[in-house]
Design a protein around this ligand. Structure first.
Ligand code: ASP
Length: 327
């Protein structure tokens, strides 16, 4: 007998589940996994769904423990034979969860993330449609082996490229420099391209605290000195332009490099950091000569996540440098 695709669904809260108690105090995560699945409108039972409530949070309050929980529960669903895992979460930190899975997921079973920009109380709410499209993507055999995906506004994005780029629009998610890898039309996904992925690095058991410092015009080295003395295991610098900091910050960064990995990204949010063009104090050549590790095309959030995954595995300096030099 032909069986329906089996979808493992993990609900975690976010706008897609947020309704108001009618007291004028704003919407909060409340709809359950079962209610959300019902809203996706599959009256024809074309999918079998195992629905689980993995959390009920605004996604700004996700932690690395939340990511570990999602990783464990998604893997347990694969062990139960699902054809895809679909995760709904708040859009605020969705790109970080999706990138975490892009780094760590080593199964051909697709993991598809979605959420909503408009809550279910709003006219034109997009959550039910996004969940429907995410399930359609996950349940289609053409999605297997493509790595984790993000489906929002009927666009399919590679989890390694996607970013939230608007506070409220339904097309808030973009894949800079590449565009979506596919789209959902008339209830069917179709793909234009295959996302490039680095080999998966399943998470390890250690924890790590990673600071992010964003360069701003005229800033002193106070924040960096605070980080140097703080409880951190790593630092990501979102430098100016091609990967630059103010010259008076170089001694502080050099000191931090002797204590923990320091990763260089660009605050521009697009393009690779440079490695061999500028020679002034605080330039990419100066910083890398002092031990700073350039992050290639990864933005600050992505670099922080990769460093966290590496440190969770107990990676040493050579492994860290090697992982960031993968193109
Ligand atoms: N605005 C958010 C959302 O899209 C709230 C959150 O991230 O939980 O779901």
């Amino acid at each position: 007998m032909h069986r329906h695709p089996l979808i493992g669904y993990l609900a975690t809260g976010g706008t897609i589940s947020s309704t108001s108690a009618g007291t004028g105090t704003g919407v909060v995560p409340s709809l359950t996994a079962a209610q959300l699945i019902d809203s996706a409108g599959f009256d024809d039972n074309r999918f079998d769904v195992i629905a689980e409530q993995a959390a009920q949070l605004p996604s700004a309050s996700f932690t690395f423990d939340t990511l570990r929980t999602l990783d464990r529960r998604a893997r347990a669903m694969v062990d139960r034979g699902v054809d895809a895992v679909v995760v709904t979460q708040g859009t605020d930190s969705l790109e970080e969860t999706a990138f975490f899975f892009d780094l760590t997921w080593d199964s051909p079973v697709p993991v598809v993330f979605t959420g909503a920009m408009r809550n279910p109380d709003e006219t034109g709410a997009d959550g039910a449609r996004n969940l429907r499209s995410a399930i359609l993507v996950g349940g289609d055999p053409s999605s297997a082996g493509r790595g984790p995906l993000v489906v929002v506004n009927d666009r399919i994005h590679a989890a390694g490229l996607v970013r939230k780029a608007h506070t409220s629009a339904v097309d808030a998610f973009v894949s800079d420099g590449a565009g979506p890898v596919g789209e959902v039309v008339e209830d069917r996904p179709s793909y234009y391209s295959v996302p490039a992925r680095r080999p998966a690095l399943p998470i390890g058991g250690q924890d790590a605290r990673i600071a992010v410092y964003r360069s701003t015009l005229g800033d002193s080295d106070d924040i960096l000195r605070h980080i140097a003395d703080g409880p951190y295991d790593g630092l990501v610098v979102e430098g100016f332009g091609g990967g630059h900091v103010a010259e008076w910050q170089v001694p502080a960064i050099t000191g931090i490099c002797s204590r923990m990995p320091v990763i260089l990204t660009s605050r521009t949010g697009g393009g690779r950091v440079l490695e061999s063009t500028y020679g002034f104090a605080g330039s990419e050549i100066d910083l890398t000569a002092r031990g700073v590790i350039p992050a290639g095309h990864l933005n600050g959030l992505q670099a922080r996540m990769l460093l966290w995954v590496l440190l969770s595995r107990g990676a040493g300096p050579d492994d860290i440098r090697g992982a960031f030099s993968t193109r």
